[in-house]
Design a protein around this ligand. Sequence first.
Ligand code: PLP
Length: 360
Amino acid sequence: MSKQIKLFDTVINDDEVKAVVKVLKSRFWASGSGTGNVKKFERIFNKYIGSQNSLAVNSGTAALHLALSLCNIKNKEVILPSLSFVSTAHAVMYNGGKPIFADVDPTTLNIDPTSISDKISKNTKVILPVHFGGLSCDLNFIQKLCKDSDIFLIEDAAHATGSLYKGKKIGTHGSIVCFSFHPVKNLAMPTGGALSLNGKNSEHFEKSIRSLRWCGISNREGVDYDVSRLGWNYYMNEVSAAIGLEQLKKLDNLVSIKRNIAKRYSDELSVEKMPFDEDCSYHMFWVKVKKRKQFMQKMTRIGIETGIHYKPIHKMTFYNSKQRLPNTESISDELVSIPIHANLSDSSVSKIIKYVNKFS
Ligand SMILES: Cc1ncc(COP(=O)(O)O)c(C=O)c1O
């Protein structure tokens, strides 16, 4: 029987192995001391993105939690899509805010600008779009809305490391942009995340995040320090950073391989699907099928792994929101993610295309 085609996969070689062994042997695994990989990762990632500043943390969820903690959202509203991983909404709840779910555009699955406009109220503090699958949202429109109403833009760019918007990397537009380096993401680590900062508040935010990501510790001088706020244990470790540095060298190449696969999907799949865009980094690729359960079962039987990204957050028991989101609700029953990663051979891509067309 032929090997199963995985939905996501990482690309590593001896470089990652050597980098990890070096950190292990150094016996300094936390950041702050030791091999200096976290600091180096921050510097090189920031250069890659082209933002004013980038700070590493231990997950995308941590990045979102920290970002929203800077915006005083207690009892205030944050507008976000329901079609996302739950962390996007949890980050609002961790900070005592109220998630207001907006609908998505049925062709891009990104947050629908009209729906955002409809949901803005005097209590709106933050707009939190997700660049779905790595396809960037209409940031110009959202930036304008924010400017006119004194609202923060925080981007959930968990899918969008390596994506572009209007010729510039995602991470250079909003004042706070949150990345995830979960193993299935474009830049893979065991766990990891980052915040990129831009604009007039960037220095002030940087100082706060440095303290908040390490339990609120501030004014450190030698062994002396103070704690001025409640913070969290969110710093990145040296092993993740060492892997991240190697992955960063491969990133553009891996993204371009995925983009070529997306182009083939776009040209050869006969189902409704994710649009093709040269600026998208294609963290994932979605198609819409009517009989999803049967489709996924048939794909599994033929040896092709598929997934669902996502079930709408507002329908989860914990959120149980009465908000009506017609596009999100109808689309989410039909969404299926199909394999896209740089380990896929041409023949595997042909097999995926053949069977998606046959079974859909
Ligand atoms: C859209 C989105 N936001 C946030 C996250 C959270 O990232 P992490 O898993 O690194 O905490 C994810 C991860 O899957 C995600 O897909």
